[in-house]
Design a protein around this ligand. Structure first.
Ligand SMILES: [Zn+2]
Length: 305
């Protein structure tokens, strides 16, 4: 066997694709977006979908973030505002689904990852599933972004550079606890305001998330003094609402803890947190979502050569 064949076998044997997973996912978009002057065509894998919030300026919107598939190396991207529930069904993407759309830089949000999306242009590609808990393709898409920064480093950068600092990251936490409290803004059944979109269509009224859940953790920076951050993943809010429909508040909190602490941050998982800051408060970071593949599933490309 020649050395070339040996290394080639080693590569495939270890599960490393010979074609870039990101390029394959982009190519799998069957009806690509037509470029338009003044807009950038962006392909991304959605990794974060936050619970909807209401603002006077954007109405009901969702913070969506992901990893670009069309840049030389993986880069973070944030789309805002996304009026997710107002999207037609065929554009209501899932987490870990490929999206392609036209977008441009916003005039007020100067964070390097932020784009204003043209939602009418959006087409959806494949959903990258968890592959029996190995998250193999998800690992490949994220590449070096997993653990590349720490919460302490993000805080430091935001303190010195504000909106010019990195505003998204996938950090490795050492999770200490999940604190769950009632959300004072929660009104069962939603607020009494009628929720009508621009076209006069009534939608199911948005209910605030019933619980405020906050992770206590240390990031990977030596000497980290600990962080406590709210998790704002849509899934967390939905789980609380679902559990409250058939359980007492205490039982619902227990079930929430079982899912978001015991299961997602269990010893058998290689857990990471998607963290991001807030536009108006760049020093304030939240946990936007949890990345929780089984332990020992992360590929180690450096070993291949
Ligand atoms: Zn830290």
């Amino acid at each position: 066997m020649s050395p070339f064949e040996a290394s080639d076998t080693a590569l495939t044997g270890l599960g490393y694709p010979l074609l870039d997973e990101r390029a394959k996912l982009t190519a799998a978009v069957t009806q690509p977006v037509t470029p338009r002057a003044g807009w950038e065509v962006i392909s991304a894998l959605v990794t974060v979908k936050a619970y909807p919030s209401i603002s006077r300026k954007s109405g009901e919107s969702v913070c969506v973030a992901g990893v670009r598939l069309d840049t030389p190396r993986p880069e973070w991207v944030r789309f805002f505002p996304v009026g997710f529930r107002a999207l037609p069904k065929h554009r209501q993407f899932e987490k870990y689904q490929v999206v392609q759309l036209l977008a441009h830089r916003g005039s007020t949000d100067r964070r390097q990852e932020s784009f204003k999306p043209n939602l009418d242009s959006m087409v959806l590609g494949p959903v990258v599933d968890s592959q029996s808990g190995t998250w193999r393709r998800r690992w490949e898409v994220l590449g070096d972004l997993a653990g590349e920064t720490t919460t302490c480093a993000l805080h430091r950068a935001a303190k010195s550079a504000g909106q010019a600092a990195p505003s998204l990251g996938l950090i490795k936490p050492s999770v200490q606890d999940l604190i769950i409290e009632d959300n004072p803004a929660y009104i069962p059944g939603g607020s009494t305001q009628i929720d009508v979109d621009l076209f006069g269509t009534e939608r199911e009224v948005l209910e605030a998330t019933p619980f405020i859940a906050r992770y206590k953790y240390f990031c990977a920076e030596p000497g980290c003094r600990g962080h406590e951050q709210q998790i704002v993943d849509w899934e967390s809010g939905q789980l609380a609402r679902r559990n409250l429909a058939s359980h007492s508040p205490d039982e619902a909190k227990k079930l929430h803890r079982e899912k978001f602490l015991d299961e997602m941050c269990g010893a058998n998982k290689d857990t990471y947190f998607f963290v991001g800051n807030q536009h108006q408060h760049p020093r304030s970071f939240l946990v936007l979502g949890v990345f929780w593949p089984k332990r020992y599933t992360r590929p180690h490309p450096a070993l291949a050569f």
